[in-house]
Structure formats: structure tokens, C-alpha cells
Design a protein around this ligand. Structure first.
Ligand code: NAD
Length: 264
């Protein structure tokens, strides 16, 4: 049973006590920055066909690639900036408690908010770059955008002629092995794992909280709606991440400053 007020208190106490925190984020942390998530009304999949984001379809159809580049442009044009939830996570790093931010997002907003690049683990890639599916050459997104705007609607690699693709993980592609390894490792090392804005239904990303739980870490879930793992969490806070996260972290700071209360 979710009780926002008492779970806020509980979450704050857990953060105050924790020494090694991992934050795990999904599309929900960026909706307040103006980037729609997958599953909420108005989300990306209500306007684009998920089938176009399967690697097989992308590789075999020029028409699909054209649609993907269009969607990619729409994503860039949002001009999204980090919101209060991203900045609250930077506070955790400043408090010297954060060992990793594991994100399913591809929007680069944790780094833009100020989290150090070496603690951000991107499970699904990043929209900043473009990669050649044949030779692996990488290109700045801006360079490819310019080519598309100039009429090259299905851009190919200037090194080997291979098909270019945004450097994000498509359905049917494996997750980057190093990122997945590191994410599992950090989950096992942490004493507190905080999920923010994820429905926890996309695997293998959604199995990472279990690594933390199995190693004895506490689990906090902050999400607008129910998630697939609420029943395993020690505290569940429902609501907007940009409102809840700064408040919980503020509360945690006050608890840290004033020492443990008899209720902690
Ligand atoms: P999801 O769409 O499955 O779930 C997002 C969750 O966030 C939902 O349960 C929703 O209720 C919740 N939510 C929405 N707004 C919120 C808010 N303001 N505060 C708190 N919670 C909020 O997203 P997911 O679990 O990340 O699914 C995974 C896929 O989405 C990933 O593969 C990711 O790459 C992709 N994705 C990323 C972006 C991005 O980079 N910003 C955007 C869309 C999709």
C-alpha cells in the first residue's frame, strides 16, 4: 500500500543513511523537460511505430530509416534542458553518496545537469552521436543532420559506405556489454538503489534493481504510476520526479545535518 507522506519520510531517511547510492532512471525523469515517454498518453509510441525501431526493419528499409531520422530530428528539436529531478541527482553526487547513475535514457540530460560523465552509465546509448553499422565509425550528430537537411535523406558512412544509425540501442539489438556489466556491478556494490521515472518493463535493463536487492541494498521507487517492481521496494513514492526528488533529498540533507532521529 503506497503512502506518499510516510514513504517520503522513509525514502529521505534511507538516503540520509546511505553511503553508496545508485540512481536508475527512465524516460519519466525527462518528461518534465518536454521529452515524452514511451507509454504515457502523448508518448512517442502513440505517434511513431515501435516496429520502425527494430534493427531488422531499420537495416532492410530505406523508408524506415527516413522515418527514424525524422523522429530523431523531432527529438533534437525539443531543445530539452535538464529539470529539477536531474539537478537533484547532481546534489547526491555533491553529497559524495552517488556511485552511479544508470540510465535508459538517450537524451544526455544527466551529463548536461552536471553529473560527471564517468559515473553515468548509458544502457541504451545516446542521441548525440551517429554510428556506422558496418565499420563502427562514429560521427557527430550535427554533421549528419546537416547532410540530411541538404537532401541526403538516407545517409551512408563516408568511410565505408555502410548504413548510418543513431547511436542508440534498437529493439532486437544487444545492450552495450560494458555498460551492462558496469551497471550490474554498481548495483551489487550499492547500499541504496533509487529508481526514478521507469515503468521497469523493458528487459534486461529492468533486471538491474534485482541485483541491488539481492545484494542487500534498499530500494526506493519514485514514479508517477505503478511499476512492475513496486512490491519489492522499501519505499514507493508516486508523483512527479521534478517535485518529489528535490523534496526528498532536501529532507535527507536535513536529517543528515541533525543526526539520526529516534524514528530512523
Ligand atoms: P516508460 O515510458 O516505459 O516509463 C516511464 C515511466 O515514467 C512511466 O511509468 C510513467 O508513469 C513515469 N513518468 C512519466 N512522467 C513522470 C514524471 N514526471 N515523474 C515521474 N514519473 C514519470 O520508460 P522507460 O521505463 O524508460 O522505458 C524504457 C525506454 O524508453 C528506454 O528504452 C528508453 O531508451 C526509452 N526512452 C527514452 C527517452 C529519453 O531519453 N528521454 C524518451 C522516451 C523513451
Amino acid at each position: 500500500m503506497v503512502n506518499i507522506a510516510s514513504d517520503m519520510e522513509k525514502a529521505a531517511s534511507m538516503i540520509a543513511k546511505a553511503r553508496k547510492i545508485v540512481v536508475f532512471t527512465g524516460a519519466g525523469i525527462s518528461t518534465e523537460s518536454g521529452i515524452p515517454d514511451f507509454r504515457s498518453p502523448g508518448g512517442i509510441w502513440t505517434r511513431f511505430d515501435p516496429e520502425d525501431f527494430t534493427i531488422d526493419r531499420f537495416m532492410s528499409s530505406a523508408e524506415t530509416r527516413r522515418k527514424v531520422w525524422r523522429m530523431d530530428k523531432e527529438f533534437s528539436l525539443t531543445g530539452a534542458k535538464p529539470n529539477k529531478a536531474h539537478y537533484a541527482i547532481v546534489e547526491l553526487e555533491k553529497m559524495d553518496k552517488l556511485i552511479a547513475v544508470i540510465t535508459q535514457n538517450i537524451d544526455n540530460l544527466h551529463q548536461e545537469a552536471g553529473n560527471s560523465g564517468d559515473i553515468v552509465i548509458e544502457l541504451h546509448g545516446n542521441m548525440r552521436e551517429v554510428v556506422c553499422t558496418s565499420c563502427g565509425a562514429r560521427f557527430e550528430k550535427k554533421e549528419i543532420e546537416k547532410r540530411i537537411e541538404a537532401g541526403d535523406i538516407d545517409p551512408h558512412c563516408k568511410v565505408c559506405g555502410g548504413i548510418l544509425k543513431p547511436d542508440v540501442v534498437f529493439f532486437g539489438e544487444p545492450l552495450p556489454a560494458q555498460a551492462l556489466y558496469l551497471a550490474r556491478k554498481r548495483a551489487e556494490e550499492c547500499d541504496l538503489f533509487i529508481v526514478v521515472g521507469s515503468s521497469l518493463v523493458i528487459y534486461p535493463a529492468a533486471e538491474i534493481p534485482f541485483y541491488a536487492k539481492q545484494s542487500g541494498a534498499g530500494l526506493i521507487i519514485i514514479n508517477m504510476t505503478e511499476t512492475a517492481q513496486d512490491e519489492y521496494a522499501d519505499a514507493v513514492v508516486r508523483g512527479r520526479a521534478g517535485e518529489i526528488l528535490p523534496e526528498v533529498i532536501d529532507l535527507a540533507k536535513r536529517k543528515t545535518d541533525s543526526g539520526p532521529s529516534p524514528h530512523d
